[in-house]
Design a protein around this ligand. Structure first.
Ligand SMILES: Cc1ncc(COP(=O)(O)O)c(C=O)c1O
Length: 373
């Protein structure tokens, strides 16, 4: 068996241990109680999550990947439509666009915070463009307020991929506030992680919320005393209630964990000052969270492997960018150049950031990274 990392990307097990009694109390009724209890738990998570963002509606679904697909479907996206997104994301983002029949058009990103370059979006809009799909990569808010102005001018929807950004704020509001629908993933390595898969779709639009519910729940209409009716062809996509129960226990701690993530990053930033590492820069209105600390370094491979050899779980995430994947050899053959996206992919390494890390472990990361640089 390979040795576990001394400084891992996640220590969720340690956090779950500290919440053991609460988790057991939350999960047991689902296993041993009324078989309808799961619906109530999921509904409670939806309302508490929406309240935590000041949003009107939230729909809990099985995964972020599926959630993006459902969001695009709820917005009526399909064959012949174009969606402007970015190349430095998970394949889930472009995959969801293509799986609903639309085509992804990639926009370059900013070298400062790695998010969609809003200045370049309008040049990519065609008569077929129907939506923008910015990504809050690593927890860095994309400037969705600026995108909202563009979207309103061109009658476009915005679906924000906030998979990695639960807990982040922008322009004085939680991320997602300027989008038609925002998606937050609960996969284990995300800022608010479950023990399996999960995601939340959040919207202030009652019609979109209703469509999302229909698509998530088989397309079923109102229950008729033991009978069934379907008003749409939907999917079986709701969040597993066991994950919902776990997330309900964890949600009240999110703010403290986000603060600790920011504290770790502040220490890393200060500790790496004066080295060849370039750390991300943020707009003054942007208050990111950090799923990891994505820095730019010369000799990416040397630094990445050196960190791992020293027991620090460095990852190179969202590189290569999606347009370099074999599956997309044809899909993006006519794309515009993406020089910043391509350059970042050759420079980034992600240092672990998880709230359980001690100051000593953060110090070790600084020492090892400085040594490698
Ligand atoms: C930016 C981004 N979008 C979407 C997803 C998909 O989320 P999930 O793993 O919940 O399907 C991920 C997962 O890593 C992601 O990083």
């Amino acid at each position: 068996m390979t040795q576990p990392f001394a400084v891992p990307r996640s220590r969720a097990g340690q956090t779950h241990e500290s919440l053991r009694a609460d988790i057991q109390a939350a999960v047991e009724p689902l296993l041993y109680g009324d078989s309808r209890a799961g619906y109530a738990v999921r509904a409670r998570l939806e309302s508490e999550f929406a309240a935590s963002l000041g949003a009107k509606h939230a729909v809990a679904v099985h995964s972020g990947t599926l959630a993006l697909f459902l969001a695009l479907r709820a917005c009526g996206l399909g064959a012949g439509d174009e969606v402007i997104s970015v190349g430095n994301s998970d394949i889930s983002t472009t995959g969801a666009i293509h799986q609903c029949g639309a085509r992804a058009v990639l926009c370059d990103v900013l070298a400062d915070d790695y998010t969609m370059d809003t200045q370049q979006v309008e040049a990519l809009i065609t008569g077929r463009t129907r939506a923008l799909l910015p990504v809050d990569l690593h927890g860095h808010p994309a400037n969705v307020k600026a995108l909202r102005e563009i979207a309103d001018r061109h009658d476009l929807r915005i679906i924000e991929d906030a998979a990695l950004a639960t807990g982040a704020h922008d322009h004085g509001l939680p991320v997602g506030a300027f989008a038609d629908i925002a998606m937050f993933s609960f996969a284990p390595y995300k800022p608010l992680g479950s023990a399996g898969n999960g995601a939340m779709l959040v919207t202030n639009d009652a019609t979109l919320a209703e469509r999302l519910r229909l698509l998530t729940g088989y397309g079923a209409g109102d229950a008729l005393e033991g009978r069934q009716d379907y008003v749409a062809e939907g999917y079986n996509a709701p969040l597993d209630p066991l994950q919902a129960a776990l997330l309900l226990v964890k949600l009240p701690h999110l703010e403290a964990w986000t603060a600790r993530r920011r504290q770790i990053v502040a220490a890393l930033e200060a500790g790496l000052a004066g080295t060849a590492a370039q750390t991300p820069r943020f707009r003054s209105e942007s208050i990111p969270t950090f799923r990891s600390y994505c820095i730019r370094v010369p000799q990416q491979e040397k630094v990445h492997l050196g960190l791992r050899a020293a027991g620090i779980e460095s990852v190179i995430h969202y590189a290569p960018p999606v347009h370099r994947y074999s599956v997309y050899a044809e899909a993006f053959s006519t794309r515009a150049p993406l020089p910043v996206t391509d350059r970042l992919a050759e420079e980034i390494v992600n240092l672990p950031v998880t709230p359980e890390l001690s100051d000593d472990e953060v110090g070790l990361m600084i020492e090892v990274t400085r040594g490698l640089l």
